[in-house]
Design a protein around this ligand. Structure first.
Ligand code: PRT
Ligand code: ZN
Length: 210
């Protein structure tokens, strides 16, 4: 039996469940249950907050997980990635008030930047030779500039309408992300074989979708 952690309720949940079903794996899920067992494959599914998934897989509490690369890399475990899944594509971008001028990332020198991704942003700015004060906040990051909490933000963007609605404009792409399958790095031979079977099926599903 192999244990897979997926997001309980959020942007990754439906696509994760659909992918497992399209792999020919049947299970019953209900919104109040935190785990379920597949009926035709030795798989147990755990339903968790996405932020908890990388740590659980790193520690072996779960063998496998489905999570956004943004959360995986921010948690510090990029090496757990084994397969790109092609959904939940988004980018982590820097944005400023639309009324502000902007030439290059050097304009952020000495500025206050609000983000939920201090690790990824910190590395990006260091790579650009820019020093800024990062303020880590866990939600509603887009409101920070208009209430005077920060000069800029770094947050997840997909359509761009949230930025627009908050009077912000995207100035730099810091990181591109999609959902990935992750795996513990010390799987038993038996679990490794089950992972191989799952990856094979996931690849076939992606080819069929194209
Ligand atoms: O409760 P839990 O902790 O499990 O969920 P969560 O609220 O932390 O995450 P959730 O469900 O919002 O997102 C899960 C994952 O989906 C993220 O980690 C990304 O990998 C991916 N993803 C894809 C997104 C988006 N698109 C997205 N648009 N995550 C968040 N957003 C938010 C963004 O933060 C911003 O507020 O949507 C807004 C921007 O969207 P646009 O379309 O207006 O640009
Ligand atoms: Zn989360």
């Amino acid at each position: 039996m192999i244990r897979l952690a997926i997001q309980k309720s959020g942007r990754l949940s439906e696509d994760s469940l659909n992918l497992i079903r399209e792999c020919g794996i049947s299970f019953v899920s209900s919104s109040y249950k935190l785990k379920t067992e597949a009926t035709n494959f030795p798989l147990e599914i755990l339903f968790l907050r996405d932020d908890d998934i990388p740590g659980y897989v790193q520690d072996g509490v779960a063998d496998l997980g489905i999570v956004g690369q943004n959360v995986l890399v921010e948690a510090g475990f990029p090496d757990l990635e084994v397969e790109k899944l092609g959904f939940s594509k988004c980018r982590l971008s820097l944005a400023i008030l639309r009324s502000e001028g902007y030439d290059s990332v050097a304009d952020l020198q000495g500025k206050n930047i609000a983000t939920s991704y201090p690790q990824i942003l910190g590395r990006y700015l260091a790579g650009q030779g820019v020093q800024a004060q990062l303020h880590t906040i866990s939600g509603s990051v887009e409101i920070a500039p208009s209430i005077g909490l920060a000069d800029a933000i770094c947050d997840i963007v997909s359509s761009g309408s949230t930025l627009l609605g908050n009077g912000l404009r995207e100035v730099e792409t810091v990181f591109r992300s999609e959902a990935v399958l992750i795996a513990n790095q010390q799987l038993s031979a038996e679990k490794q074989e089950l992972l191989n079977q799952l990856q094979f099926r996931m690849q076939a599903v992606r080819r069929a979708r194209r």
